[in-house]
Ligand binder design. Sequence first.
Ligand SMILES: *Cc1c(COP(=O)(O)O)cnc(C)c1O
Length: 415
Amino acid sequence: MIRINENYRKLASSYLFSEIAKRVAAFQAGHPDRSVIRLGIGDVTRPLTPSVVKAFREAVDEMGRPETFKGYGPDLGYDFLRQAIAEVDFRSRGAEVAADEIFISDGSKCDTGAIQELFAQDLRIAIPDPVYPVYVDTNVMAGRTGPFREGRYAGLIYLDCTEDNGFVPDPPRTRVDLVYLCFPNNPTGAAITRAQLGAWVEYARQSRALILYDAAYESYIRDPSLPHSIYEVPGAREAAIEFRSFSKTAGFTGTRCAYTVVPKGCVAWDAEGGAHALHGLWARRMATRFNGVSYPVQRAAAAVYTPEGQHEARGLSDYYLGNANVIRERLAGLGWSVTGGDNSPYLWVRTGTDSWKFFDTLLDRANVVCTPGSGFGRCGEGYVRISAFNDRAKVEDAMDRFAAADAELKSLADG
Ligand SMILES: *Cc1c(COP(=O)(O)O)cnc(C)c1O
């Protein structure tokens, strides 16, 4: 008899974004005449930029000619891309990362979800709350948690991210073995300072823990004092793996390319106390389970590192940050408490009421889609995430509609 992985039965509920899609579809079915503006899911709207499209197209042409055709590429990625990444994303910022420490993949969701395969079953895992659901759910699927009760899985150590700590958690007093951090943060939009990140690296080194650092939104940082990479912090090469993606940086959500940095100095220990380089383990895992990102996509990604490509990518993040600024100014002007949106495409709005109730009212009255904060964890209750990924005109329109529904939205808090 074929049986299921029982851990899947522990998963709390349907994936957050499927629930949102369901509610939006139900609303549209009931109100076919209304146009809904989506500031919910974190997907980009601007097209690939000209130099990326040009490189993509030329690489497709290469694949169509016998003399330039390519079959399977190198498991870990083409050297032209790994070299460009090491130079532009790291060495130019004074972070020491070598090309052969970079593993090209088809997405940071896959990588942040798969990395836990390398580690023991009985780890003490620290996870921020609220959080990108992938980190939690993949550990649930792997059987590293107990059941879900009152919004949390037994066995995980949750790091509360609240207004009191500016949505940046301090290292816990208890010892943990594995820590997930994401900055600039999805969903809160908070950024971490160099000193705060330094404290985490120090903590990890002291306790021989590993930090999994998701920097998917690094290109939205504008404050020059903020670190873009964890490797800008001394000592991080022994204590952290970093995840980066072209999705939000260069509009690759539908094109698929990302990378993971596993420095050679990063180790984890076996039951006998022997140290193992994670670089070798991840290389083995990738070689076994993955056959690489397509050649044209890697060429397209490499074009992001040319001077024109860098300029164009900056234009994309500038555009979305411009949207974020519109959202922040308008909502703050109406008296809402809003954070994020300055070094991040996400804004975190205090609702004063149940997240889903606010979501439903905003959808029903303003026909605007946001993301309920409670979907990201218990500490997200009472907040919604508003995404700046949309066209400027739609963002302006959404804010007009928000303003028109403002009294009703505020009355939710009183009622
Ligand atoms: C969008 C996003 C990613 C990128 O995922 P891809 O699979 O590379 O598209 C990674 N981490 C977080 C927190 C994200 O929001």
